[in-house]
Write a protein that binds this ligand. Structure first.
Ligand code: OAD
Length: 251
């Protein structure tokens, strides 16, 4: 389906929910995870870099890899997809943005109360006592170096990025808010995710089961296609601004 045909799916919508994945930040130059070109997991081993066991084995390698990713995000800017999402959110009385992304590009595009299912790259916490903590480690331009993580001011443990690693539970508040949003929305837009990581992907099925309209935006087919009322094959930085333009015109 194209954005023009999808326009009518917004008619009468009171409650909007949006779920985003790394594809939404791809046009800002932030790598996705599973794309065959440029996907992070093509070049880096998730079990080494994105698990508690990996951190226990080689914390300086893990800390440095996330410092490199912070460097990428710090140097990036929101793209027209992020801006369009912020505009969509402000044009509905009830709207929620749920992201799997750990970057802060939605916030920098003006979106508020973003539900970060997988944590936030720019924040840190103690690996041992989980106390959230500001850290001053500078972003790092090279991914394969080693840097000793700073120490926790509470217990002396090592700091880690405040992101969700494989095998870890999602932040309970974020999950509760996300479930509430998808089970009560009239329209769910899901953009830029491969739909392969659970439980995040199951939110789309929850919206479908609650009889919400589901619009998916992705250049490629995904396992979420089956739940979507409309699959718009395209880049979020093109499709979302087009939808905003169409909605700003009288029907
Ligand atoms: P993936 O890398 O799995 O999927 C990215 C999706 O974005 C693919 O379906 C692409 O087709 C699509 N895509 C690429 N460019 C796009 C564009 N310009 N516009 C729209 N879509 C585009 O990334 P995620 O689904 O976000 O978890 O991955 C989910 C989780 O897996 C991540 O949050 C991360 C990772 O392991 C954790 O870190 C816990």
């Amino acid at each position: 389906m194209n954005p023009t045909d999808a326009r009518s799916l917004f008619d009468g919508v009171q409650r909007l929910a949006i779920i985003t994945g790394s594809g939404v930040s791809a046009e800002s130059g932030i790598p996705t995870f599973r794309d065959t070109e440029n996907g992070l997991w093509a070049d880096f081993d998730p079990m080494t870099l994105a698990t508690p066991e990996g951190f226990l084995r080689d914390a300086p390698l893990v800390w440095a890899w996330y410092a490199w990713r912070r460097h990428l995000v710090a140097g990036a800017s929101p793209n027209p997809g992020h801006t369009a999402i912020s505009e969509l959110l402000s044009s509905f009385a009830s709207a929620a943005l749920i992201t799997q992304n750990v970057d802060d590009l939605h916030e920098r595009a003006g979106s508020r109360n973003v539900i970060h299912l997988h944590g936030e790259l720019m924040k840190s916490k103690c690996f041992d006592c989980h106390h959230p903590q500001a850290d001053s480690a500078p972003p790092l331009p090279e991914p394969r170096e080693r840097i000793e993580p700073p120490q926790c001011l509470q217990c002396g443990g090592r700091l880690r990025p405040d992101v969700v690693w494989f095998g870890e539970v999602l932040p309970p508040d974020a999950w509760e808010q996300a479930m509430d949003a998808v089970s009560t929305c009239d329209l769910l837009i899901v953009a830029g995710t491969s739909g392969q990581v659970y439980p995040a992907a199951s939110l789309v099925e929850v919206a479908y089961a609650a009889e919400a309209t589901v619009i998916q935006i992705n250049p490629e087919p995904t396992p979420l296609d089956r739940w979507a009322t409309a699959n718009i094959r395209g880049r979020s930085g093109d499709v979302l601004p087009e939808l905003v333009r169409l909605l700003s015109r009288p029907a």
